[in-house]
Design a protein. Sequence first.
Length: 537
Amino acid sequence: MIRRVSLPMLSRLAALVSALSLAGVAAGAATADGGATFVFTGHGWGHGIGMSQYGALGYAQHGSSYPDILAHYYPGTQLGAAPASRIRVLLAETKKLVTVSSQLPFRVRDSAGVTHELAAGDYAFGPGLRVRLDGVTRTQLPSPLVFSPRGSALELNGKPYRGTLTAFGDGKLLDVVNTLGLEGYLYGVVPSEMPYFWNSEALKAQAIAARSYALATRHWGGRYDVFGDTRSQAYGGLAVERPASNGAVDSTKGTVLLYSGQVATTYFYSTSGGQTAAIQDEWPRAKPVPYLVSVPDPYDTLSPYHTWGPVTFTGAKMGALLKAPGAVLDLAPTPNPSGRVGSATVTATKGSLVLDGAAIRKALGLRSTWFSIGVMSLVPSPGPVIYGAQVQLTGTVRGLQGQPVLAQKLPTGWQPVPIALAAGTFTVTAAPTQTTDYRLSVGAANLVVRVPVAPEVTLQDAPAMLSGIVKPATAGEAVDLQLQDGAAWTSVGSATVAPDGSFSASVPLQPGSYRAVVAAGNGLAAGVSPVLLVQSA
């Protein structure tokens, strides 16, 4: 008969089974947590099309004027007059509640053309556009509502803005649009996009690029022309204005870049990495644009983002981010004419796919598409390793700068393990006596794998008894004696390892398959004996 087990023993045996499962012994699974690690290093921050802001600063510091800077980054364009002087900026969208404020009395006009005078203060309202006209009672006004200042800037949710605020409500959601002069808009854009204390020529180049970009990309018709965030350009309103950046806007007032008589789409970004990108190289679905081509950017080295990395990903993590069919095993990039990654073939455990560089950059959160991919892997042979046996560790190093170093973690610290790299790979044989970490380092990149070592457990039977030996002797460790019951294993007895490594327990034997499981401890993983077949009781 299978004997009953007490509750304390059940708890202990559950811990044994849990440890066994984690070690992968029951399923015969590999226990190493290593695999491929991908290391990205690169240049620049941003899409790379048009003007590099750090590059513009470098040109300005080397004596270039803003027309020269713009001519370099947008070749073939000419300075000309802006075709518009006002702009509508979407500040709030699909909101449930907003607050419009003024420090002085102001007014609101509804869609029926009725103007209402408002006392200074805060006015909170939702999509129903119910406004406290007398300071007490809320009155529903027909949409849209245009709030106009009278000597003091209006605030939206505590932030001050030039011009008027128009609220559109449909009873469910609320949009607010800021209408103001183009130059006033740029007062809030330039210091949001470029540090206001930078060289004045760089600020002037930024002002013209921002003015041109706003007009070239504005929405025609509808409620607004541009977004108030980086979907168009960062816009901070009055709170971010500074005399230096306002001066750059004023000194270039009404000036834009034109190409063939049309306002140029003047993309800009932080850092090129030393060479800008042609638009069709960065965005394969875009058509070539004569003034958005790849040009050298020699002074971009000023940027702290000129070079970035290393950024590391495991194959499993990268597979999830790239939505690849399984963990990524390899990533083979194809460069485009601008020197960036145009596309890459992603090889995963369950298939492969091809992604463009911009999609990879977005999915992995990289600073740019100008990146190099290094691969490092360290994979032990399947385990766990049985005490006294050897294990082979196979490593791969490709596309990384530096000498690979393999080390074994000992109680005294990391001890180097000699390796010989041939064609980017190496294999070493080790004989760990307990669960051990191995670290592969290349420059600043590190990869650590753990090799579990399990005790050697033997099991034999005698009349009404099971006994065995554990090597090394893990005195005091619990041994769970189990009988196979279909696909499961059921506890039929328990024992404790003696100082000499032996154990024994009285067990009412019956025909079947038995095994002994030793709990993890003393630097070892859980151990399991070979199956013992008992043919008769």
